[in-house]
Write a protein that binds this ligand. Structure first.
Ligand code: DP6
Length: 359
């Protein structure tokens, strides 16, 4: 695998102090990434919608220091020093230092905040890691002014992946593919690429309302979760199925076949959970209200000839997906009915977005 293009070449530019701020989005996978090998290489290709309202805003203040052996940094989350997040970030910096040797020559003060409530059960690793990656690329641009925007996005995705796999899909939008796939030109296991075909207008401004069914800490960390796919009896079939589903979805996204979209997306969500039900150790990540909500969605869809559907990530929260043209009716249904199954009636209305923004 050719990672040489991502190695920073020393430059004669010097930057003493720099403060940069990026806002980067969360994403929701339609075809799921579940299973990886070292270093953060996915077992199958995945695709996600980039979100608009769920994002992380991160500032890094870089100050030049004498070269160190390890990255020097401090971490603040929502205004408070967060030493318990440090090991994960230290590990990330260690992984990326061969590609960003300059980080060893700076002290970094990292301050982050999320737009979504803390411990809402919404994974923040994708937006969190992609924001740091974009900030690093802003410094790299100062050190190497000739790098192009497309290289910046590609390398940011490459770096973000080394922090969290799904973070590789949190740089651009509205649809991003990560993982080598025959039908997606230039796709790679190393970084995410924008879906290269024109999506049907029905998928424009597609809506995603996240129902906060369970705001607790994740029952299964992503590392433990992905490891469950080692020696899993259905693993190889699952990886094949995911790649086939991505091929089918590539057509569906272009021709606007919404019924098949719904079928594929819901099947992917349930398959992800089926993998956890059938691994050893085994986990049930849905809660009773997750099932209540799914049944309500199916009932509403049948009774109203609607195109509402759901997807899940590795938890109990439900992402309700629907075309923008059905927004008014479905948001009423969510408010009056589905909200009752959420903790404190809380949910977050979101829609598909375009990716990272400098602040
Ligand atoms: C279920 O990206 O959180 O959300 O690479 O270990 O950080 P790591 O895993 P992570 O896994 C996300 C899994 C998922 C499906 C998906 O987003 O594709």
């Amino acid at each position: 695998m050719n990672t040489a293009e991502f190695k920073f070449q020393s430059s004669n530019k010097s930057v003493q102090n720099l403060s940069v701020t990026w806002q980067t989005p969360s994403n929701i996978a339609l075809v799921k990434y579940w299973g990886k090998s070292d270093p953060q290489i996915p077992k199958n290709a995945s695709i996600s919608f980039t979100l608009n309202n769920c994002h992380t805003t991160t500032t890094i203040e870089f100050s030049k220091i004498a070269k160190n052996e390890n990255a020097q940094f401090e971490l603040f989350f929502e205004g408070k020093k967060k030493d318990d997040f440090k090991p994960k970030i230290a590990n990330f910096f260690e992984r990326i230092q061969e590609y960003c040797s300059y980080i060893l020559e700076y002290n970094m003060v990292i301050s982050s905040e999320n737009s979504f409530p803390h411990s809402s059960g919404i994974a923040s690793s994708a937006s969190g890691m992609s924001a740091i990656a974009m900030c690093l690329m802003s410094l790299e641009k100062q050190l190497s002014p000739n790098i192009t925007e497309s290289f910046i996005n590609k390398k940011a995705s490459f770096l973000a992946r080394l922090g969290s796999g799904s973070a590789s899909r949190s740089i651009e939008g509205p649809l991003v593919v990560w993982g080598k796939h025959a039908k997606i030109e230039d796709s790679s296991d190393l970084f995410g690429v924008k879906f290269p075909y024109k999506a049907h207008p029905i998928f424009e401004n597609y809506c995603d309302t996240i129902l906060l069914v369970d705001k607790g800490e994740k029952q299964v960390s992503s590392t433990v979760g992905h490891n469950l796919m080692y020696n899993h009896p259905y693993a190889e079939q699952r990886f094949l199925q995911a790649n086939n589903n991505l091929e089918k979805l590539t057509e569906i996204l272009q021709n606007g076949d919404i019924k098949n979209f719904i079928n594929l997306v819901e099947s992917e969500a349930l398959t992800l959970h089926a993998m956890m039900l059938t691994s050893n150790p085994y986990f049930i990540l849905m809660k009773p209200n997750t099932l209540e909500v799914i049944n309500k969605i199916w009932e509403y869809r049948n009774e109203n000839d609607s195109n509402i559907c759901f997807t899940l990530d590795a938890g109990a929260n439900v992402h309700v997906l629907y075309p923008n043209s059905e927004k008014t009716d479905i948001e009423l249904f969510i408010k009056n009915d589905l909200a009752n199954y959420c903790q404190k009636n809380q949910y977050i209305c979101d829609s598909v977005g375009l990716g990272a923004k400098p602040q």
